[in-house]
Design a protein around this ligand. Structure first.
Ligand code: ZN
Length: 331
């Protein structure tokens, strides 16, 4: 699903807070047809309800689409799926060549939040620039902050899109926020949320299968990106402690930390090495080489949605399938 970029309708008009001007520039239907439109949405939901196969043609949006600005594409795709035709979703960091951890916003990013009616950020100190820009450029827009939704402390592992229960909680929060903004599209958003659950079924099934077949097996990781997912799968983290601390603090591990990691791989004390392909530097590569040499399977994961992947679940399903294979779980 390609995020639809939107133009900022009436950006100039928005500067003049004149009620008449707003009514004129907004493309909401006049209040008169609202009874008809709610009747239409009620009947369309009745016909849309039995569409459990996930192949039904998406309904038209019964109201004006909500302008949604999302900080990073890990959540941008999810927001697009949930908003459907009732949202114009713009993702700021949609290129996997950019490391979100080190991202410095440009002046145009501030402008990108102007006109946002809903803002979605990861939070947990992952994209602090986004919350700051949103507060300045779209102060009235509600913010769905994955860190707050999941009560993740600042400084905690920020890779919340790898936490299956966080994905569910954030999806629910986005749907609730969209519905509050456009109550006339309530049925539409409910249907979109249900379609997302359907789309996530293979992901849920893969998690259940890996958990059943490989729980208690061990992994080590070049980076903390996959830790929530591994925990949900019941895998035991055998990343040497010194390396893990350095990685979490974004500092270089000591030679002793690297030696301990290489040794654990050589001794095959680890069932699978999780390798973040978006991490730069020679150390992860050195660990990968040690794993390959020892015959420890390596599973590639990425921080952000890789090019060529068209949906969050498609991205995740591919990685989980590779992991299942590495752990000898039939899926
Ligand atoms: Zn990361």
């Amino acid at each position: 699903m390609t995020p639809t970029s939107y133009r900022f309708r009436g950006a100039a008009a928005a500067l003049f807070i004149v009620p008449l001007g707003l009514a004129a520039c907004s493309s909401h239907p006049a209040s008169a047809p609202s009874a008809t439109s709610s009747a239409t949405s009620a009947s369309s939901s009745a016909t849309a309800a039995p569409a459990t196969g996930g192949t039904a043609a998406p309904a038209a949006c019964p109201t004006t689409p909500v302008n949604v600005v999302v900080s990073v594409d890990q959540w941008g795709d999810i927001a697009s799926e949930l908003a459907g035709k009732c949202g114009n979703v713009k993702t700021i960091l949609a290129s996997s060549s950019v490391d979100p951890h080190d991202y410095e916003p440009s002046p145009s990013d501030g402008a990108a939040f102007t006109g946002a009616q809903l803002v979605v950020v990861n939070g947990a100190d992952y994209d602090p620039w986004a919350s700051k820009l949103a507060a300045t450029s779209a102060p009235n827009a509600p913010v769905v902050d994955a860190g707050k939704v999941t009560n993740t402390a600042e400084g905690g592992n920020p890779h919340l899109w790898y936490n299956p229960s966080a994905v569910t909680a954030v999806a629910d929060a986005v749907t609730a926020a969209l519905t509050k903004l456009e109550p006339k599209a309530s049925d539409y958003f409910t249907t979109q949320r249900a379609s997302f659950t359907t789309a996530m079924k293979p992901y849920d099934d893969l998690i259940a299968k890996i958990k059943a077949g490989a729980s208690g097996k061990s992994y080590a990781a070049t980076e903390t990106v996959f830790d929530y997912q591994a925990q949900a799968l019941g895998l035991v983290n055998k990343t040497p402690a010194g390396y893990m601390t350095a990685s979490a603090n974004e500092t270089d591990p000591s030679p002793a930390d690297i030696a301990a990691f290489t040794q654990a791989l050589s001794n095959r004390q680890i069932d699978v090495l999780i390798y973040n392909t978006q991490t730069e530097g020679s150390i992860p590569q050195q660990l990968r080489d040690a794993a390959t040499k020892a015959g420890v399977p390596v599973v590639d994961v990425t921080e952000t949605v890789p090019p060529g992947k068209t949906s969050f679940e498609g991205w995740q399903d591919g990685q989980l399938t590779a992991l299942a294979k590495a752990l000898g779980v039939a899926v």
